[in-house]
Design a protein around this ligand. Sequence first.
Ligand SMILES: [Zn+2]
Ligand SMILES: [Zn+2]
Length: 106
Amino acid sequence: MRLWNTPPTKMCRNHLLGEHAEMHMFVGCINKGMSIKGYVDKGLVDTSLIRMRHDQLAAEMARCGFSHNSPLPEFDMPAQGSVDVLANEAELARRCAACRALMKDG
Ligand SMILES: [Zn+2]
Ligand SMILES: [Zn+2]
């Protein structure tokens, strides 16, 4: 699971839908009392951004014609972790040709 926080318009369909699903997974873990410390420690999530990021991804999904029938449940967690957007953009571009192409277009 990973909160990329890169511009949603520069993400391919798989990464857009994937990150959205992962925001639900983070909240699911938090609400089940499971630890997400490993993700926090590795710079893979900033818990203060999960809701904003979910809504941003859901809006982009709607713009692209995907239906979104999954409001994010309430969750309660102090802000933890941070993500490096520029490093994440570079990592997505490295991993994914489709994301890389979208970033180049921008
Ligand atoms: Zn959702
Ligand atoms: Zn991608």
